[in-house]
Design a protein around this ligand. Sequence first.
Ligand code: ADP
Length: 615
Amino acid sequence: MKQFKLFLRGIREIGRICPGLITLTSLRSIANALLPFINIYMSSVIVNAIVYGEPLEKLLWYAFLTVLLNAVCSVISAVLGSLAGLRQSSFSHLYEMHMAEKTMDLDFADLENPETFQKKQRIQEIRNLNAGGLWKLLDVFPGIVNSGVSVVVSLSITVGLFISTGYTGDNFLLQTVTSPIGSILLLILILLGTVVGIYTNAAVTKKLYTILEGFVSFNRIFDYYLNNYISTYHAGKDIRLYDQKALIDNESTALFGEANRTFRKLTRNQVKYSGISTIASVVILAAVYLFVGLRALAGLFAVGNILLYINSVNQFIEGINGCVNQFVALRMNQEALKTYFDYMDIPPHMKDGSQPVAADETDPLEITFEDVSFHYPGSDQDVLQHLSFTFRTGRRTAIVGKNGSGKTTMIKLLCRLYDPSEGRITLNGIDIRSLRYQEYISLFSVVFQDYKLMAFSLGQNVASSMEYDEDKATASLETAGFGERLSQMSNRLETTLYKDFDEDGVEISGGEAQKIAIARALYKKAPFIILDEPTAALDPIAEAEVFQKFDQIADQKTAVYISHRLSSCRFCDEIMVFSEGQLVQRGTHEELLADKEGLYQELWNAQAGYYTECC
Ligand code: ADP
């Protein structure tokens, strides 16, 4: 039952991703299944007409009808086939989009969780391995419809064969074959054949899946080398300078040899089981011929019906085998479907809030951490402990502290990439979890340390959109210190970043990329601007430039500036010092420096000493 529900859910999902595909493939399968019955039925009608000496015109009419029905059904099948093919080719793209949308809609906490990544990876691996999951369903579903229609139609034709009576002679063999016992014996034989079919098919498929399962790591490594590592030019330098070609060649050849040996084993197994099922089919076929022939000999039906019944029973057996094969495939695909829905069902908790964020743009926005503690999912170690403070409108706050003291994690909570494990964060007194998620996160422009730019044009990167306001984008780049470089670019804002899609694209340095990321944050015009180690990739001159411009960058906004270079933070309104997830000090530079026992003064002296020593 569970299996059936999952199957139906999978079918509905395909329908949702690609409307019309299921209907078209079903109709095409019905047309394909009916096609052979036209010939089966009409050939028996024609033979009977010849045997009973019907007029030539009638024979010609039957022949014409046979051709006509064949032509109509073939045309319908071909049209439906090409329509379904077209729809199916869109499925691939729509499926990717569907997966991508889910990934982008995930709560960040889930996205960053390795378990989520593994789930997604697994879906892809199953797809690479044996087109499993929704793809297998797409393959199996038309087969089920086709076989199901064959079984129903052939059964309705063959009923006549099994229930026909009327032999009155005294031949024992004919008496037995024409009796109900004869019918029951044949049905039992067909049933036994089906059981053998299920057994052999299940054995082959199970072995296949077990072997394919072992290929997951093989495919993972291959995919890594071929699609990720060697195909991007970023790795090109390392491959050449460290002669990694030989390493990759050796590793791939060894893996491939192992794969070949496994496939040979699989082929031997398939040959063994297909031998068993072929013998079973031949025995059943012989029994069917005997049964139908003897019943015809006993005069239970016309000669032409011999063809009708034999072919129909064949269609019936084929249909049953088809259903069995498809059901075995469905059963084997169950795990894959479950994996798919496990990923798709990850709920987006962050989007639960429904209250609007501050009504008026000019309203002051105060964000308060109220006794906030936090541990990452899957870990019980608190990386933030009992934080309580407020970010007040228009103020510049610097956050300092050693690496790993929790600065970035605090920002992730501030921007609702994560929710606190304990305590709460409020915006003007309202718990941010009850606010509309999109509205809340639109309040923040953040430049994280691990920001990403896209291989689109400079303007599109700055605006994070295909369309952009040129003046605003230029002004943002200038404020971020990219003005001079921009003026040297002949295509200006239309210059493509990186060479992934455009051979005229430009490679930018780490510092330049960081400035573009800052410009993107400025373009967003959010009331909060947060720079997390914005100068990490900059040379000292560029660093001084960003720092001098910080006032201009922050403008009227509430600004949070994270840096472990204390000299960059000294002019902020307030400095918060983090240590091991706790807020250990806060105040102005002078106030903090005055505390001779404080961590700030220790850090300051350490850095001042370093600069004195080296410069
Ligand atoms: P900082 O920004 O001060 O360098 P972070 O906030 O990045 O510090 O990290 C604080 C602690 O949280 C570190 O011990 C770090 O290893 C841990 N941490 C950071 N990100 C994750 C994560 N996604 N999962 C688990 N632990 C993490």
